[in-house]
Ligand binder design. Structure first.
Ligand code: 0A1
Ligand code: ZN
Length: 878
């Protein structure tokens, strides 16, 4: 696992595999002190690569017990064990290789390969976990049929699962039993999965568009019996949606979901056997917030959609990761938009993109959505690959239109079914189906960095002509300078002073041009004229966030206020409000506490609070001030405490000025009936909890009483947690502590709710100062081996509690460095992810930046650094 200087792997070095695997026969003997894995591989030379190469199999932390070629055991001299590789210099053109390895899942804290979680055996093989199970050509372009026999003690592990369909089962001696599974679809090893445990089974069925009946099964620990219904329903909605929108039908007879507590990521799309982090699949009204329900729906859909975009058509190599992830995130975002409010979904996606992906794209780990090199692939499961990747697919969708995009996706699936392909193959299918030339568009896959689109305008009153001048530039990123202009779809509209949309006439003769146009920017500079305009219009730019770019335009506050209430594009209405709030907060940076807050912002928010005509879900989004993280992202030499203070000043001013409206909003949005998960009910809960949070932020006594009542009597977690969060972030220390204690007492047996309890504290500048964080780490429910617990305390502190993390004495940075070093030995993937808040050290004011750098150096100097952390730290310090 440890190397002094990890190697860099380059896309340009890609070579087709020298050997292919047709069939894999596996037998797992599972015991308490380890597992024996018997593997028989039917292999042959790849006709597409030259003959004579030695056979090389990947391996990691394996004990080799037996090796035989065509039935003849291989003695020590006939192969070399090179630590991460097993090399057999001479093999025939076609052969059978038998391998037996011994592994120790019970000691596997990296959670890659086969490991144990809450007493059950489970696997995580993406990206390179299969090599921790047995020696194998562990690369996605080697696709094989798998037959898997699992043997274990019958009473401890009554449920034995793997990919595909069960074909045989029976009892063995000594109270053991076995089940054999066969997956008819060739797949890369990263999609292999196995689960063995004492699990409760929930059953349902789905009838596909061609009339096939699919068995749906969820496997959970018995205590989670009541938390499966929502995910099961979401699964059925996803299956139907993929048939209707993409024409994709499920292919096996059975589809299984398993929930595990210890998991490095959210979930995994193993063929026919999806494995989920418990927090991304289990939910009940009492224990999950509305946001959690929505997240579950999106992740269930995401993993299910991978069955086509990822499994049936997979990636040739890991540089192509966005082929499956970008496309699948785009598909799940379309699904979520269809299930709820498209505008709200767009706002949520863009918030994440602009806050975190733009930051990544401007930092030391910036990479194109198809990277050219990496050291450790698990570091590349990034917002860039996922979210920017999805934006790139969305742009193709917008350029081609619904119908041609569908034609392109049909062609892609048909042409490449059963293959391991590249992002270029995806774009080519889109080109071939649509007749469009996407050659310049391909630069989105090659160039890193967020393009800046700077817009200026002028109006010629005598001619009635309004001209937009649009310049694009792409900032330098590590290893990439002098970038070429990209193909950017730029959606715009114009409004007159009454707030009506204007026809966009491109010449003097045109009369009734469309009310919205998508300009296709391909040059560094474009100039577009709009004719027939009797007055200077207000531009609405980058509607619905039609491209992942930063728009610069010298908006006046007047224009932003106007767009906030008139733009027919819901996304841009919200965006205008955000820009206005950013402008107001930025103007208060370093100002005295009693500096005046823009009165027009107060009036705009008053208007929103009273506006019962506008979609209330949109109102709830518009009332949220830009986050500290976003404000940091927008600044050059960020002084976090100053940003925090300015934002607090605005929030407190708004809360005082709008106190009565907030109380009224709270009262108006109280629920009368039973708990529902409709968009309307979610918006009501959201509004009343925002009102509560604001009021408690100014220590309003009436709100304290309302929060207490809501906390005690809530019939759902959104409200209970909303009240708890508001109390935790208030100055009412006694009530805060009381509520925290009561909440813990009520939910101490539920690990997912305990994670919420940790993160509410760790992300609050009032309850999550460093000494309190240290205390949380000592809490009996905290567990260093459980990634969710680590994320809910250490991750929430460093990622969401910015004021405390960026304490001027540097203690937050040193704390994080210490925790990263500690985790690096047990779970390097999680350790590397936790480094992230330190990586952007150059962005902060000198005092902070020096101390962040020192913390990174401390991590760098740890002995035996994992490859994962090595890559992030060295690139950050370069
Ligand atoms: N492919 C999964 C996410 C995933 C990625 C890597 C993992 O381990 C390194 C685990 C899961 C998805 O997109 O949902
Ligand atoms: Zn995915």
């Amino acid at each position: 696992m440890r190397t002094n200087q990890p190697q860099t792997i380059y896309l340009s070095d890609y070579k087709a595999p020298a050997f292919l695997v047709d069939q894999v026969d596996l037998c797992f003997e599972l015991f308490e002190d380890g597992a024996r894995v018997h593997s028989t591989l039917s292999m042959r030379q790849n006709p597409e690569s030259g003959s004579g190469a030695p056979l090389e199999l990947h391996g990691d932390s394996l004990k080799l017990e037996f090796l035989a070629l065509n039935g003849t055991p291989l003695l020590a001299g006939a192969y070399q064990d090179e630590g991460d590789k097993l090399v057999i210099p001479e093999v025939p053109a076609e052969f059978e290789l038998a391998v037996v390895t011994w592994i120790e899942p019970q000691n596997n804290t990296r959670l890659e390969g086969l490991y144990k979680s809450s007493g059950m055996f489970c696997t995580q093989c993406e990206a390179e976990g299969f090599r921790c199970i047995t020696y194998y050509p562990d690369r996605p372009d080697v696709m094989a049929r798998f037959r898997t026999r699992v043997e274990a003690d019958k009473s401890a592990y009554p449920v034995l699962l793997s990919n595909g369909n069960p074909v045989e089962q029976g009892d063995l001696d000594n109270g053991r039993h076995f089940v054999t599974w066969e997956d008819p679809f060739p797949k890369p090893a990263y999609l292999f999965a196995l689960v063995a445990g004492d699990l409760l089974e929930k059953r349902d069925t789905f009838s596909t568009c061609s009339g096939r009946n699919i068995e749906l099964r969820m496997y959970v620990e018995p205590r989670n019996s009541e938390k499966c219904e929502y995910a099961m329903d979401a699964l059925k909605r996803s299956m139907r949606w993929d048939e209707e929108v993409y024409g994709r039908e499920y292919d096996l007879d059975i589809f299984m979901i398993v929930a595990v507590d210890d998991f490095n990521m959210g979930a995994m799309e193993n063929k026919g056997l999806n494995i989920f982090n418990s927090s991304c699949v289990l939910a009940s009204q009492d224990t999950a917030t509305d946001a959690a329900f929505q997240r579950i729906e999106a992740i269930v859909a995401h993993e299910y959609f991978h069955n086509w975009s990822g499994n049936r058509v997979t990636c040739r190599d890991w540089f192509q990761l966005s082929l499956k992830e970008g496309f699948t995130v785009f598909r799940d975002s379309q699904f979520s938009a269809d299930m709820g409010s498209p505008t709200v979904k767009r706002i949520e996606d863009v918030t994440l993109l602009r806050t975190a992906q733009f930051a990544e794209d401007a930092g030391p780990m910036a990479h194109p959505i198809r990277p050219a090199s990496y050291m450790e692939i698990t570091n590349f499961y990034t917002l860039t690959i996922y979210e920017k990747g999805a934006e790139v697919v969305r742009m193709i969708h917008n350029l081609l239109g619904e119908e041609l995009f569908r034609k392109g996706s049909d062609l892609y699936f048909e042409r490449h079914d059963g293959q391991a392909v590249t992002t270029d193959d995806f774009v080519r299918a889109m080109e071939d189906a649509s007749g469009r030339d996407l050659s310049q568009f391909r630069l989105w896959y090659e160039q890193a960095g967020t393009p800046v689109v700077a817009v200026t305008d002028d109006y010629d009153e005598s001619r009635g002509v309004y001209r937009l001048t649009i310049r694009q530039s792409i900032p330098n990123t590590p290893g990439q300078t002098d970038k070429k202009p990209q193909h950017i779809p730029f959606a715009i509209g114009l409004l007159n002073s009454a707030g009506d949309p204007l026809p966009l006439n491109l010449n003097a003769e045109e009369r009734n041009g469309p009310l919205e146009r998508v300009l296709e920017l391909t040059e560094t500079e474009h100039s577009v004229e709009f004719h027939g305009l009797p007055e200077r219009p207000v531009p609405s730019l980058l509607r619905d966030f039609s491209a992942p770019v930063r728009v610069q335009y010298p908006w006046t506050r007047e224009q932003l206020l106007f767009l906030m209430s008139h733009d027919p594009d819901g996304f841009n209405r919200w965006d205008a409000g955000q820009r206005l709030a950013v402008d107001v907060i930025q103007s208060l940076l370093g100002a005295p506490d009693d500096a005046a807050v823009e009165p027009r912002l107060v009036e705009a928010y008053r208007h929103l609070l009273n506006d019962i005509e506008l979609d209330q879900a949109l109102v709830a989004k518009m009332l949220l001030l830009p986050s500290e993280a976003y404000l940091v992202e927008l600044s050059d030499q960020a002084d976090v405490p100053a940003i925090h203070d300015a934002r607090e000043q605005v929030m407190k001013h708004l809360a005082h000025a709008l106190r009565d409206e907030l109380v009224a909003c709270y009262q108006r949005n109280l629920d009368q009936g039973d708990y529902q998960l409709s968009s309307e009910a979610i918006a009501r809960r959201s509004l009343r909890n925002i009102a509560l949070a604001w009021l408690l932020h100014i220590d309003d006594e009436q709100a304290l009483a309302l929060a207490g009542e809501q906390f005690d009597n809530a019939d759902n977690m959104t409200d209970r947690l909303g009240a708890l969060r508001a109390l935790v972030n208030s100055g009412f220390e006694h009530e805060r502590n009381q509520a925290l204690a009561a909440f813990y007492q009520r939910f101490s047996e539920d690990p997912q709710v305990v994670e919420l309890w940790f993160s509410v504290q760790a992300s609050s500048d009032r309850a999550g100062q460093l000494p309190q964080i240290q205390q949380l780490l000592q809490h009996p429910a905290f567990d260093w081996k459980n990634p969710n617990k680590v994320r809910s305390v250490v991750g929430a502190f460093a990622g969401q509690n910015l004021a405390a993390f960026h304490s001027p004495d540097g203690s937050g940075y040193q704390f994080l460095a210490e925790q990263v070093c500690r985790l690096d030995d047990s779970n390097p993937q999680i350790a590397a992810r936790l480094v992230s808040p330190l990586t952007r050290w150059k962005k902060f004011a000198p005092h902070y930046c020096e101390q962040m750098k020192a913390a990174l150096e401390r991590i760098r100097d740890k002995s035996e650094l994992s490859r994962d952390v090595y890559e992030v730290v060295h690139k950050s310090l370069a």
